[in-house]
Design a binder for this molecule. Sequence first.
Ligand code: FAD
Length: 374
Amino acid sequence: MKIAIIGGGIVGSTAAYYLAKEKDMTVVLFDDGNGQATKAAAGIISPWFSKRRNKAWYKMARLGADFYQKLLKDLENDGFENDFYQQSGVFLFKKKEEKLEELFELAKTRKQEAPLIGEIALKSYESLKDNYPNLSGFERTLFASGAARVDGDKLVKRLQSISQLTLIRKKVGLKKTDNHQYLIDGMVFDKVILASGAWLPSILEPLGYQVDVRPQKGQLKDYYFSKNVFNHYPVLMPEGEADIIPFSDDKVSVGASHENEMGYDLSEDKSILDAIEKEALPYFTALEQADAIHTRVGTRAYTSDYSPFFGQVPMLPNVYAASGLGSSGLTTGPLIAYQLVQLVLDNPLALKATDYPIANYIQKQKADDTMHKK
Ligand SMILES: Cc1cc2nc3c(=O)[nH]c(=O)nc-3n(C[C@H](O)[C@H](O)[C@H](O)COP(=O)(O)OP(=O)(O)OC[C@H]3O[C@@H](n4cnc5c(N)ncnc54)[C@H](O)[C@@H]3O)c2cc1C
């Protein structure tokens, strides 16, 4: 069977990795890479404190965090290094003490079905200041040991390095052939996965589809230090947009912005980044001593009700898609990709596809509508 995957972010790369391991399968991954959300992501895997009411989303996020344990094991068994993932823990900060208590109670309840959350405890500044001398600006924080940080770019490169996979770095389109196959970049495929993030509309609209996916710009800064002294710090999550992620390779990432009206713009906006830095500094003053600073900008994909979706594209047999992963796609992406792989292989799913119905977001336009538009 010949399978094409369009999009090499976390979804496309995870799907490519698992499919390429299957017997008698030729897998080709097409990736343009420009604006990719995965390589711009902050990398926080800590879904358990979300107050979103969407139960289907929370289930996906919780199981998505769990799924990393399988992915890590599978990569390790295949001889890959897992240096893209560290279970660093998280410190959550709230300006109001009662909000911290509320979150603590929520975490205790959620731990029952999410043991990965690990140790949860309220910790005082006094008890932490010797171990984490660069922290400040709070009296108490909520700690959870199971939270993780993921380097999206490293992870994707690792997944793509599986030898059975062909990677083609270019922007491509999708066409139907007369005998129920698909034509991409001059090659014919039996099945196709569209893992094209915020760019899904540009692939499906030429085939007469309306797609409820819009782009959201996200910017963050990476602060580099000559000595790796923050390796043991958990992820820091104050209120607002200034999450602080101390990576293990001399880098501390801070962000990210959520900009809705910017389309696919990838330019750096200094005023927005400065505002985020200002929010972060009271908690982590060491940022001022960074030796170098780089900016990353990426494009998230959102649906109009903020829910992710996956499944078979309506009226397009053997074409599957996922998008709308929003600001939690590094958490949910590998699990969603694994569901797409099961659909391709005709296996049962861990998630109920009807909880994330693709038909709500991708609709074939009636011939009349298309004519009207022309
Ligand atoms: C600044 C920022 C911070 C974030 N922080 C977090 C976080 O801390 N935790 C978390 O869980 N999530 C986070 N996210 C969200 C997460 O990164 C995304 O939801 C997730 O990476 C989306 O993955 P994806 O594979 O669907 O899309 P993408 O990673 O965007 O990949 C899609 C790929 O498809 C390619 N493509 C599209 N069309 C074509 C075409 N026609 N031909 C070839 N290639 C094509 C694109 O170039 C791109 O490489 C963050 C996102 C951003 C932008």
